[in-house]
Design a protein around this ligand. Structure first.
Ligand code: MD3
Ligand code: FE
Length: 248
């Protein structure tokens, strides 16, 4: 649990483990981080308020914009912005990561410390996140079933934090037709996706208005922290250091 004053807590519940893995359901499963890990109440109210203040500052610098679907240009109901060296966006030209805001042309603001600490605490991954997508759902917004596959490294987990009204989250398997389960994601909840779950189809069916007092305007904010680029194999395996040598 990240409270405003401390940042450690031992509780962790794993759902949707890879049932084909001999490690499923064991603590080694968690160590391998294969599945969807839900941590209800990861951020207490004070920490949610601190994080919200930081997010509001980011939105002042990098305003929420209305993303559009590839090709058709159909507007999404969710509004978005980002922080980090890279940000995810979509318009007629397609889904992509880019270093600048599509409307202001300015670089995305940096990922704030409170989010870097949440990543370090939750992700169990040796590399820092490069992108934090900020989704804002008004009462009527939703997000259709999709996979997150615009990153180069699916080996890195995705970490999600929710603020404001509860969202009805749906997650299935790695094929669109696979059976799905639903979870409520409430203000302060964290979700970690790794291993096979990293490529699971997922979406937000609807927002349950009036379930949180955090946002006076109502609605829901979701933050997803991601690694985007693939780090060099040598750096990843830790097998050795690459020493470029030039002769002659
Ligand atoms: C499961 N966001 O931004 S967060 C997205 O609540 C996105 O705004 C939703 O899907 C939201 O792409 C869901 C939880 C989440 C994030 C990434 C996942 C679940 C995931 C990646 C793979 C599987
Ligand atoms: Fe997604």
């Amino acid at each position: 649990m990240i409270s405003a004053w401390s940042s450690s807590d031992a509780t962790c519940s794993t759902v949707l483990p890879d049932r084909t893995s001999p490690l499923a359901g064991t603590s080694a499963d968690r160590a391998e981080r294969n599945g969807l890990i839900l941590r209800p109440g990861y951020l207490d109210r004070a920490a949610q308020e601190v994080l919200l203040g930081v997010i509001r500052e980011i939105i002042r610098e990098a305003p929420l914009y209305t993303p559009r679907m590839p090709k058709t240009g159909k507007p999404m109901s969710v509004r978005m912005t980002n922080c980090g060296p890279l940000g995810w966006m979509t318009d007629e030209a397609g889904y992509r990561y880019q270093p600048t805001h599509p409307e202001t042309g300015r670089p995305w603001p940096p990922i704030p410390d409170i989010l870097m600490r949440a990543w370090a605490d939750l992700a169990g991954h040796p590399h820092p996140p490069e992108a934090c997508l900020i989704n804002y759902y008004g009462a009527e917004a939703r997000m259709g079933l999709h996979q997150d596959r615009d990153e180069q490294d699916f080996g890195a987990p995705v970490v999600s934090l929710s603020l404001g009204d509860t969202g009805l989250f749906r997650v299935g398997g790695t094929r669109r037709g696979d059976p799905t389960r639903s979870f409520r994601l409430a203000s302060g909840d964290a979700v970690m996706l790794a291993g096979s779950a990293r490529l699971a189809f997922h979406g937000i069916d609807r927002i349950i208005a009036g379930t949180s007092t955090l946002l006076p305007e109502g609605g829901r904010i979701n933050l997803t922290l991601r690694c985007v680029t693939r780090v060099a194999d040598a750096a990843r395996s830790g097998a050795g250091k690459v020493i470029p040598l030039s002769f002659g």
